[in-house]
Design a protein around this ligand. Structure first.
Ligand code: FPP
Length: 248
Protein backbone atom coordinates (compact mmCIF):
# COMPACT_ATOMS: atom_id res chain seq x y z
CA UNK A 1 0.00 0.00 0.00
CA UNK A 2 1.24 3.51 -0.79
CA UNK A 3 0.80 6.48 1.47
CA UNK A 4 1.17 10.00 0.15
CA UNK A 5 4.07 11.52 2.04
CA UNK A 6 2.85 14.21 4.41
CA UNK A 7 3.53 17.65 3.00
CA UNK A 8 5.88 19.87 4.96
CA UNK A 9 3.87 22.29 7.02
CA UNK A 10 5.25 25.82 6.62
CA UNK A 11 3.94 28.16 9.29
CA UNK A 12 2.87 31.18 7.28
CA UNK A 13 2.25 34.59 8.79
CA UNK A 14 -1.23 35.53 7.58
CA UNK A 15 -0.37 39.21 8.06
CA UNK A 16 2.54 39.06 5.64
CA UNK A 17 1.17 37.28 2.57
CA UNK A 18 2.68 38.76 -0.64
CA UNK A 19 0.07 40.80 -2.47
CA UNK A 20 1.37 40.00 -5.93
CA UNK A 21 3.37 36.90 -6.90
CA UNK A 22 4.88 36.61 -10.38
CA UNK A 23 5.85 33.21 -11.76
CA UNK A 24 8.24 32.29 -14.52
CA UNK A 25 6.83 28.86 -15.35
CA UNK A 26 9.85 26.87 -16.49
CA UNK A 27 10.70 23.22 -16.94
CA UNK A 28 7.74 21.85 -18.90
CA UNK A 29 9.96 20.57 -21.72
CA UNK A 30 12.46 18.91 -19.36
CA UNK A 31 9.62 17.34 -17.36
CA UNK A 32 8.31 15.72 -20.54
CA UNK A 33 11.77 14.73 -21.80
CA UNK A 34 12.49 12.89 -18.53
CA UNK A 35 9.41 10.77 -19.24
CA UNK A 36 10.22 10.32 -22.95
CA UNK A 37 7.08 12.29 -23.80
CA UNK A 38 6.71 15.12 -26.34
CA UNK A 39 7.51 18.60 -24.98
CA UNK A 40 3.91 19.62 -25.57
CA UNK A 41 2.78 17.08 -22.97
CA UNK A 42 4.84 19.02 -20.43
CA UNK A 43 2.93 22.19 -21.32
CA UNK A 44 -0.34 20.29 -20.93
CA UNK A 45 0.74 19.17 -17.43
CA UNK A 46 1.88 22.71 -16.69
CA UNK A 47 -1.66 24.03 -17.01
CA UNK A 48 -2.71 21.79 -14.09
CA UNK A 49 -0.14 23.57 -11.95
CA UNK A 50 -1.74 26.92 -12.85
CA UNK A 51 -5.11 25.70 -11.54
CA UNK A 52 -3.57 24.32 -8.33
CA UNK A 53 -1.63 27.50 -7.58
CA UNK A 54 -4.47 29.86 -8.46
CA UNK A 55 -6.85 28.10 -6.05
CA UNK A 56 -4.23 27.96 -3.29
CA UNK A 57 -3.07 31.56 -3.73
CA UNK A 58 -6.70 32.66 -3.67
CA UNK A 59 -7.24 30.77 -0.40
CA UNK A 60 -4.16 32.38 1.12
CA UNK A 61 -5.43 35.86 0.25
CA UNK A 62 -2.87 36.71 -2.44
CA UNK A 63 -4.34 39.61 -4.47
CA UNK A 64 -2.66 38.96 -7.82
CA UNK A 65 -0.71 36.17 -9.48
CA UNK A 66 1.02 36.84 -12.80
CA UNK A 67 2.25 34.04 -15.03
CA UNK A 68 4.79 34.31 -17.84
CA UNK A 69 2.90 32.12 -20.31
CA UNK A 70 4.44 33.16 -23.64
CA UNK A 71 7.26 35.61 -24.24
CA UNK A 72 7.82 37.76 -27.31
CA UNK A 73 10.92 35.56 -27.85
CA UNK A 74 8.98 32.26 -27.68
CA UNK A 75 8.04 32.68 -31.36
CA UNK A 76 11.56 31.34 -32.04
CA UNK A 77 10.37 27.88 -30.97
CA UNK A 78 9.33 25.16 -33.34
CA UNK A 79 6.10 26.20 -35.10
CA UNK A 80 4.26 23.08 -33.92
CA UNK A 81 5.09 23.85 -30.28
CA UNK A 82 3.97 27.48 -30.67
CA UNK A 83 0.74 26.28 -32.27
CA UNK A 84 0.19 23.92 -29.33
CA UNK A 85 0.82 26.62 -26.71
CA UNK A 86 -1.74 28.84 -28.45
CA UNK A 87 -4.29 26.05 -28.00
CA UNK A 88 -3.65 25.78 -24.25
CA UNK A 89 -5.95 28.64 -23.19
CA UNK A 90 -8.90 26.77 -24.74
CA UNK A 91 -7.96 23.58 -22.92
CA UNK A 92 -7.30 25.44 -19.68
CA UNK A 93 -10.53 27.43 -19.61
CA UNK A 94 -12.65 24.45 -20.79
CA UNK A 95 -11.38 22.46 -17.84
CA UNK A 96 -11.07 25.05 -15.11
CA UNK A 97 -12.99 28.24 -15.88
CA UNK A 98 -16.17 27.23 -14.00
CA UNK A 99 -14.17 26.28 -10.93
CA UNK A 100 -12.20 29.54 -11.04
CA UNK A 101 -15.46 31.48 -11.36
CA UNK A 102 -16.92 29.65 -8.34
CA UNK A 103 -13.84 30.68 -6.44
CA UNK A 104 -14.27 34.33 -7.43
CA UNK A 105 -11.02 34.44 -9.46
CA UNK A 106 -10.67 37.27 -11.96
CA UNK A 107 -8.86 36.51 -15.22
CA UNK A 108 -6.66 39.12 -16.91
CA UNK A 109 -4.01 39.16 -19.57
CA UNK A 110 -1.22 41.48 -20.59
CA UNK A 111 0.82 41.37 -23.80
CA UNK A 112 0.28 41.40 -27.54
CA UNK A 113 -2.72 39.11 -27.67
CA UNK A 114 -3.49 40.54 -31.13
CA UNK A 115 -0.58 38.43 -32.44
CA UNK A 116 -2.27 35.18 -31.35
CA UNK A 117 -4.72 33.23 -33.52
CA UNK A 118 -8.25 34.70 -33.50
CA UNK A 119 -9.71 31.77 -31.56
CA UNK A 120 -7.09 32.10 -28.80
CA UNK A 121 -7.80 35.83 -28.57
CA UNK A 122 -11.53 35.25 -28.25
CA UNK A 123 -11.19 32.55 -25.60
CA UNK A 124 -8.96 34.68 -23.38
CA UNK A 125 -11.06 37.83 -23.90
CA UNK A 126 -14.22 35.91 -23.07
CA UNK A 127 -12.73 34.62 -19.80
CA UNK A 128 -11.59 38.15 -18.92
CA UNK A 129 -15.04 39.59 -19.64
CA UNK A 130 -17.04 36.93 -17.79
CA UNK A 131 -14.83 37.13 -14.69
CA UNK A 132 -14.40 40.91 -14.63
CA UNK A 133 -16.71 41.43 -11.62
CA UNK A 134 -14.94 38.80 -9.51
CA UNK A 135 -13.19 40.18 -6.47
CA UNK A 136 -10.86 37.32 -5.50
CA UNK A 137 -7.39 36.58 -6.85
CA UNK A 138 -6.46 38.36 -10.09
CA UNK A 139 -4.94 35.68 -12.32
CA UNK A 140 -2.97 37.57 -14.95
CA UNK A 141 -1.50 35.79 -17.98
CA UNK A 142 1.47 37.48 -19.62
CA UNK A 143 0.86 36.21 -23.11
CA UNK A 144 3.13 37.37 -25.95
CA UNK A 145 4.77 39.65 -23.42
CA UNK A 146 8.28 41.09 -23.20
CA UNK A 147 9.61 43.42 -20.50
CA UNK A 148 11.77 45.55 -22.81
CA UNK A 149 8.93 45.86 -25.31
CA UNK A 150 6.60 47.02 -22.52
CA UNK A 151 9.04 49.65 -21.25
CA UNK A 152 9.72 50.89 -24.80
CA UNK A 153 6.01 51.13 -25.63
CA UNK A 154 5.25 52.96 -22.39
CA UNK A 155 8.13 55.36 -23.13
CA UNK A 156 6.66 56.05 -26.58
CA UNK A 157 3.26 56.70 -24.98
CA UNK A 158 4.86 59.15 -22.54
CA UNK A 159 6.55 60.95 -25.47
CA UNK A 160 3.21 61.23 -27.26
CA UNK A 161 1.52 62.56 -24.11
CA UNK A 162 4.31 65.10 -23.65
CA UNK A 163 4.09 66.19 -27.29
CA UNK A 164 0.30 66.57 -27.03
CA UNK A 165 0.66 68.63 -23.83
CA UNK A 166 -1.06 66.01 -21.63
CA UNK A 167 1.91 65.97 -19.22
CA UNK A 168 4.91 68.17 -18.48
CA UNK A 169 8.38 66.69 -17.90
CA UNK A 170 7.94 67.31 -14.16
CA UNK A 171 4.72 65.33 -14.16
CA UNK A 172 6.48 62.37 -15.74
CA UNK A 173 7.38 60.64 -12.49
CA UNK A 174 8.16 56.99 -11.72
CA UNK A 175 4.64 56.63 -10.31
CA UNK A 176 3.05 58.07 -13.43
CA UNK A 177 5.15 55.86 -15.72
CA UNK A 178 4.36 52.77 -13.63
CA UNK A 179 0.62 53.44 -13.81
CA UNK A 180 0.89 53.34 -17.61
CA UNK A 181 2.62 49.95 -17.76
CA UNK A 182 0.43 46.96 -18.68
CA UNK A 183 0.38 46.07 -14.97
CA UNK A 184 -0.61 49.64 -14.02
CA UNK A 185 -3.59 48.73 -11.84
CA UNK A 186 -2.07 45.64 -10.20
CA UNK A 187 -0.33 45.79 -6.81
CA UNK A 188 3.50 45.97 -6.92
CA UNK A 189 5.13 42.55 -7.31
CA UNK A 190 6.36 41.37 -3.89
CA UNK A 191 7.66 37.96 -4.88
CA UNK A 192 9.00 36.47 -8.13
CA UNK A 193 9.37 32.71 -8.39
CA UNK A 194 11.10 30.85 -11.20
CA UNK A 195 10.81 27.08 -11.33
CA UNK A 196 13.25 24.48 -12.74
CA UNK A 197 16.52 25.78 -11.30
CA UNK A 198 17.20 28.45 -13.91
CA UNK A 199 18.46 31.80 -12.63
CA UNK A 200 17.38 34.36 -15.21
CA UNK A 201 14.61 36.89 -15.74
CA UNK A 202 14.28 36.14 -19.48
CA UNK A 203 12.83 39.59 -20.21
CA UNK A 204 10.00 39.26 -17.65
CA UNK A 205 8.71 42.26 -15.65
CA UNK A 206 11.95 44.25 -15.93
CA UNK A 207 10.44 47.33 -14.31
CA UNK A 208 8.07 45.56 -11.91
CA UNK A 209 10.73 43.38 -10.25
CA UNK A 210 12.91 46.28 -9.07
CA UNK A 211 12.10 45.61 -5.39
CA UNK A 212 10.60 42.12 -5.54
CA UNK A 213 12.08 39.23 -3.58
CA UNK A 214 13.34 36.41 -5.82
CA UNK A 215 12.92 32.71 -5.12
CA UNK A 216 14.42 30.16 -7.49
CA UNK A 217 13.07 26.64 -7.06
CA UNK A 218 14.57 23.46 -8.54
CA UNK A 219 11.12 21.91 -9.09
CA UNK A 220 10.03 21.57 -12.71
CA UNK A 221 6.81 23.51 -13.38
CA UNK A 222 4.46 20.51 -13.80
CA UNK A 223 5.60 19.25 -10.36
CA UNK A 224 5.35 22.68 -8.68
CA UNK A 225 2.52 22.43 -6.14
CA UNK A 226 0.91 23.96 -3.05
CA UNK A 227 3.83 22.89 -0.88
CA UNK A 228 6.28 24.68 -3.19
CA UNK A 229 4.11 27.80 -3.05
CA UNK A 230 4.04 27.70 0.76
CA UNK A 231 7.82 27.24 0.77
CA UNK A 232 8.30 30.26 -1.49
CA UNK A 233 6.06 32.39 0.73
CA UNK A 234 7.87 31.15 3.87
CA UNK A 235 11.22 32.17 2.29
CA UNK A 236 9.69 35.55 1.36
CA UNK A 237 8.49 36.02 4.93
CA UNK A 238 11.96 35.25 6.23
CA UNK A 239 13.50 38.08 4.22
CA UNK A 240 13.93 41.61 5.49
CA UNK A 241 12.74 43.99 2.79
CA UNK A 242 14.54 47.30 2.90
CA UNK A 243 13.54 49.04 -0.35
CA UNK A 244 16.93 50.72 -0.43
CA UNK A 245 16.83 51.69 3.25
CA UNK A 246 18.94 50.24 6.10
CA UNK A 247 18.37 47.27 8.43
CA UNK A 248 16.09 48.08 11.34
C1 FPP B 1 8.30 26.92 -20.06
O1 FPP B 1 8.75 25.60 -20.18
C2 FPP B 1 6.89 27.04 -20.38
C3 FPP B 1 6.38 27.74 -21.43
C4 FPP B 1 7.19 28.48 -22.38
C5 FPP B 1 4.96 27.80 -21.75
C6 FPP B 1 4.03 27.53 -20.65
C7 FPP B 1 2.73 27.97 -21.05
C8 FPP B 1 1.61 27.54 -20.55
C9 FPP B 1 1.56 26.48 -19.50
C10 FPP B 1 0.41 28.18 -21.17
C11 FPP B 1 -0.62 28.55 -20.23
C12 FPP B 1 -1.50 29.57 -20.82
C13 FPP B 1 -2.80 29.70 -20.53
C14 FPP B 1 -3.50 30.93 -20.93
C15 FPP B 1 -3.54 28.66 -19.83
P1 FPP B 1 9.90 25.27 -21.23
O2 FPP B 1 9.25 24.75 -22.46
O3 FPP B 1 10.78 26.45 -21.42
O4 FPP B 1 10.62 24.13 -20.46
P2 FPP B 1 12.15 23.68 -20.65
O5 FPP B 1 13.00 24.84 -20.20
O6 FPP B 1 12.25 22.50 -19.72
O7 FPP B 1 12.34 23.32 -22.08
Amino acid sequence: MFFKQKQKDYQLDQNNIPKHIAFIMDGNGRWAKKRKLPRTYGHHEGTKTIRTLALEANKLGVKAMSLYAFSTENFKRDAKEVEYIFKLPKEFFNLYFDELMKNNVQIRYIGHLELAPKETQMIIQDAVKKSSENTGLILCFAFIYGGRDEILNTTKLMCEQYKAGVITLDELTEDYFEKHLMTGDLPPVDLMVRSSGEYRLSNFFLWQLAYAEFVFDETLWPDYDEECLHRAIAIYQGRERRFGGVLK
